[in-house]
Design a protein. Structure first.
Ligand SMILES: *Cc1c(COP(=O)(O)O)cnc(C)c1O
Length: 235
C-alpha cells in the first residue's frame, strides 16, 4: 500500500527534522514500528518500505505473525511481561522494554541461561506513580539497580517510560526530561552504563527526541488508527 510507505517516510522525515532541530544525529534514534493489532501483511508492507525493527505488546498475538514474516526482522517486546511468558518471549524478541522488578529481571536471567541467550532490556520507570501502569517507582529502581547490574545474562540498555496522558505533546516533556535526569544521575552514582532512553510515541516523539530519546515507539503514525485496544496496553 502506498499509504503505508508514505506514512513511514513521513515519520522518518519528522525524526530527521526533530534531530536537526536539537543537533542530534538521526542514526542515534532508533525507530520501532509498533505493529500490535496489525496483521502480518501490513507489517510486510512496512518492511518492504525499508523498516526492519518492529514492536509488539502481546506474546500470543506476536508469535504467529513473527513466524509468517522474514527472519531478518528485529522484534522489540514493548508490553508488560508476564513471568509465565518469558520462556516463549526470549527466543522471539531482541529487546524487552518493560522490565520493572528485580524478581522479573532475575527470572529472565535464569531462563536466558537455560536457553543460551543474552537478552537486552530496558527498565520501565513509572515516574508519575500511576497505578494503572507498570514500571518501577524511581526510588525502588535505585534500590535494585546494583543487583540488576550484576545479572549475568541480562544486558540493561537503559530506561523506558510511558508518560501520563496529556492534552498535547508538550505536556509529556517534563516526564521525558525527568527520565533523562534520572538516567544521568544513576549513571554517575552507580557507574552504570545506561545509554538508552526508550520514550516517545506517535503523538510526542519529536519532544522525546529533543529530550534525548534513543528509541521511539511509533505505532499509529505508521500503521494508521488501531481498530481495537490491546488489553492492559495503551490505546
Ligand atoms: C501501543 C504502544 C506504543 C505506540 O503507540 P502509538 O500512539 O500508536 O504510536 C508505544 N509504546 C507502547 C508501550 C505501546 O503500548
Amino acid at each position: 500500500m502506498e499509504d503505508a510507505s508514505a506514512r513511514l517516510e513521513a515519520v522518518r522525515k519528522r525524526i530527521r527534522e526533530a534531530c536537526a532541530a536539537c543537533g542530534r544525529r538521526p542514526e542515534d534514534v532508533e525507530l520501532i514500528a509498533v505493529s500490535k493489532t496489525f496483521p502480518a501483511d501490513a507489517i510486510r508492507e512496512i518492511h518492504q518500505a525499508g523498516q526492519t525493527v518492529f514492536g509488539e505488546s502481546r506474546q500470543q498475538e506476536a508469535a504467529p505473525k513473527i513466524a509468517m514474516l522474514p527472519g531478518g526482522l528485529k522484534w522489540h517486546f514493548i508490553g508488560s511481561v508476564q513471568r509465565n511468558k518469558v520462556r516463549k518471549l526470549l527466543p522471539l524478541f531482541d529487546v524487552i522494554h518493560a522490565v520493572d522488578s528485580l524478581r522479573l529481571a532475575a527470572h529472565i536471567d535464569e531462563v536466558a541461561a537455560e536457553l543460551g541467550l543474552f537478552p537486552r532490556v530496558f527498565l520501565q520507570v513509572n515516574l508519575a506513580g500511576e497505578e494503572t501502569k507498570g514500571g518501577y517507582p524511581p526510588e525502588m529502581l535505585e534500590r535494585d539497580l546494583p543487583a540488576l547490574l550484576e545479572l549475568r545474562r541480562v544486558e540493561i540498555l537503559g530506561l523506558m517510560t510511558i508518560p501520563p496522558e496529556g492534552p498535547d505533546a508538550e505536556s509529556a516533556r517534563p516526564w521525558f526530561a525527568a527520565l533523562r535526569r534520572l538516567r544521568d544521575r544513576l549513571q554517575s552514582v552507580y557507574q552504570a552504563g545506561l545509554p538508552g532512553l526508550s520514550m516517545g510515541m506517535s503523538g510526542d516523539f519529536e519532544v522525546a527526541i529533543a529530550e534525548g530519546a534513543t528509541h521511539v515507539r511509533v505505532g499509529s503514525a505508521i500503521f494508521g488508527k488501531r481498530a481495537y485496544r490491546v488489553e492492559g496496553e495503551l490505546g
